[in-house]
Write a protein that binds this ligand. Structure first.
Ligand SMILES: [Mg+2]
Length: 342
């Protein structure tokens, strides 16, 4: 084995790296029949549960820059963005496939830190790596991850169940990630405590797996989506799938203290547009029938979920989606969120 020391590869190819990953990052599980090392992994679905499957790619130069994203954080984010999709359906993440393209000459130290972050974020949500594919790349890193999760079929929460009169809730504090990205791109240094918080929300988002599972288990949401491309765009997706509309009251959208501080210098409309369209929040946006709100509020009151009511679902007559201030003035939005140009 061309291993130098017990956990450092000085020169390595695809096979060496897979061997190393198998030795350091594979785990056993009762439902896992075959893990890393054969043509396929083989898993046994839990009795009475269905599998949820999702995939996401993070590409250097599009989603991150190697200069500003530390490898450990990036590994964690590659896992988190997929775990967030499982959370958005209310599922329990179980298995992950990791398919990185690493440019030749990328230091093993970098890869090792990346894998540590990836593994740590999965392990925190009881998800294990069972396979994938390693490829070399010409210049840029790109990482595709597939995550499989499970849920009881009747508990699955889709995007299409919102009804007029339902209340709209969001977890956490949206906008922090976008403001953190702005700070990274501005090149402003050194960063104070406030700025560092926002940057960390961008580099290391938290997938809301426990909250999503609780919302599904208690049957609280009529529809749910995770906010990856901006609250505004993901709300459009949810209301379009449900064939309804939405009224959102800007003053009720919860902002973190660091975001509030930063917004003070941005102008009211511009600041709100950034919050609503910036994306990569990985919070959960969901709708709740008014009769179920008291049960949700109890969970919020006991600290089991952090979520705030930001509006209500309407019948979808024009305008389909309205973001307004308490004065009644509507915020105009021309670009609802991040869409990849191809
Ligand atoms: Mg999603």
């Amino acid at each position: 084995m061309p291993f130098h020391g017990d956990d450092v590869l000085k020169s390595f190819n695809e096979l060496d790296l897979i061997k190393w990953i198998k030795a350091h990052h594979s785990k056993k599980s009762r439902d896992l029949i075959l893990g890393i090392g054969d043509d396929c992994a083989a898993v046994k679905p839990a009795r009475g549960k269905i599998m949820l499957v999702t995939a996401d790619t993070l590409a250097e130069g599009v989603h991150f820059s190697r200069e500003s994203a530390p490898p450990r954080a990036l590994g964690g984010k590659c896992a988190a963005v997929n775990l967030s999709d499982i959370a958005a359906m209310g599922g329990q993440p179980r298995y992950a496939l990791l398919s990185p393209c690493f440019p030749q000459g990328l230091e093993f130290k970098w890869i090792k830190a990346f894998l540590a972050g990836f593994h740590e974020t999965l392990a925190q949500r009881r998800c294990i790596l069972i396979g994938g594919n390693v490829s070399s790349a010409k210049d840029w890193i790109s990482v595709t991850v597939t995550v499989m999760g499970q849920i009881a079929e009747k508990r699955i929460v889709k995007r299409d169940g919102a009804k007029p009169g339902d209340l709209i809730y969001i977890t956490g504090t949206p906008g922090d990630s976008a403001l953190g990205l702005d700070l990274l791109l501005s090149g402003r240094r050194p960063l104070g405590k406030t700025e560092k918080y926002l940057v960390s929300r961008h580099l290391s988002p938290t997938p809301r797996v426990e909250w999503g599972m609780l919302i599904a288990e208690k049957g609280l949401a009529s529809a749910m989506i995770d906010v990856s491309d901006g609250l505004a765009l993901d709300l459009v997706r949810l209301v379009e799938a449900s064939k309804v509309g939405a009224d959102v009251s800007l003053d009720t959208i919860p902002l973190s203290v660091p975001a509030t501080k930063m917004l003070a210098g941005m102008g009211q409309d511009g600041g709100w547009r950034r919050i609503l369209t910036g994306g990569e929040d990985y919070e959960l946006l969901f709708t709740v029938h008014p009769k179920k709100e008291a049960r949700l509020k109890k969970l919020i009151g006991s600290g089991k979920i952090v979520a705030s009511r930001i509006g209500h679902v309407n019948d979808g007559a024009k305008p389909k989606i309205k973001f307004s201030y308490s004065s009644g003035r509507a915020l105009k939005i021309s670009q609802y969120g991040y869409v990849h140009s191809l």
